[in-house]
Design a protein. Structure first.
Length: 319
């Protein structure tokens, strides 16, 4: 079992440490430098109080995964993450048997003359030979400190795996043929994210509360930069956020997310820049944009014109 297993948990956190109100959720997230709007705080509060999985959808880099990380830290719960990908199967997601250890058990039984078939089967299918993957780890949490279970980028997994999750999200249990049904003593806090590269089936969505995580507005994104990159001076932070906000209106192949905004502000701070200029923008676009066609477009006259307009607008507003 991973180091995030509930077996390593301290007993001091209990179910009573769940935030008692929507405002308390907002304050809890803010203490961990996550800036959340009222709608997100509300659906997160309801998810915690109702014990329902939270389904978060949105573009890559808008902070969906970070919500689960912050929630685990704020509630002092283990974070168990299942990273989805094409071809994900039960052996990787739920459990598998330690076959080398089982074979050794059989050979030892043969060497000692143990001939009782039922005894051998009992030994080889003992839980000490069970390799627990994220789903099983999440279900085996101890009451009062059930983990935060992050099912990340579910849209990357196959539809067959998505169907398997229905039992998990409905009954918080899984069946292992050799051991029987394992049911969570206390359901984990489940956060599911998707970048919407494909549609998730309605049957799964019905088991969840839903929230679309959008790109933040300028004021919210500026607050995020201030919290995440405290070394970035105020003027540069405003220029960075204003520039990124304008980029998202340009119909690029891939708009920069909040994660890229933070990376860019961090890179400019490391370079001791105090303001944006065409050369600096050109030199550092690789931290902000990830497709060459987008970079080439911004490196041209369109990018320079946008920077001039941005500075003019900020100057007129007194920023």
């Amino acid at each position: 079992m991973s180091s995030d297993s509930p077996d390593h948990a301290s007993p001091r956190a209990t179910a009573s440490n769940l935030p008692p109100s929507i405002d308390a959720v907002s304050e809890m997230l803010a203490r961990h430098d996550y800036v959340a709007g009222r709608a997100l705080a509300t659906v997160l509060f309801l998810s915690l109080r109702m014990g329902r999985p939270l389904f978060l959808e949105g573009e890559a880099g808008v902070g969906k995964t970070e919500i689960a990380k912050v929630l685990a830290a704020a509630l002092d719960r283990p974070l168990i993450r299942l990273q989805c990908y094409e071809g994900l199967d039960l052996a990787s997601a739920v459990y598998e048997w330690n076959y080398p250890a089982q074979m050794l058990e059989i050979r030892l039984a043969e060497a000692t003359g143990e001939g009782d078939r039922s005894a051998i089967e009992s030994n080889i299918f003992d839980t000490r030979h069970l390799i627990r993957r994220p789903v099983l780890q999440a279900l085996e949490g101890v009451p009062g400190r059930a983990p935060v279970f992050l099912i990340d980028e579910l849209d990357r997994a196959d539809e067959a795996f998505e169907a398997f999750l229905l039992e998990i999200l409905s009954d918080f249990q899984v069946t292992i043929p050799e051991l029987g049904t394992i049911k969570a003593a206390e359901p984990p806090i489940v956060i599911i994210t998707t970048n919407r590269t494909r549609e998730i089936h309605d049957a799964l969505k019905r088991r969840c509360l839903y929230h679309w995580v959008d790109y933040p507005d300028a004021d919210t994104e500026l607050e995020i930069v201030r919290r995440k990159v405290p070394g970035c001076n105020a003027a540069l932070s405003q220029q960075v956020v204003a520039y990124v906000q304008r980029l998202r209106d340009m119909d690029l192949f891939k708009n920069p997310g909040v994660a890229e905004t933070i990376d860019w502000a961090t890179a400019l701070t490391e370079l001791d820049r105090l303001a944006l200029d065409p050369q600096t923008v050109s030199d550092t676009l690789g931290t902000l944009l990830k497709y060459q066609d987008d970079i080439a477009r911004i490196e041209g006259s369109a990018g320079r014109q946008m920077l001039e307009e941005l500075k003019a607008d900020l100057s007129q507003s007194g920023a």
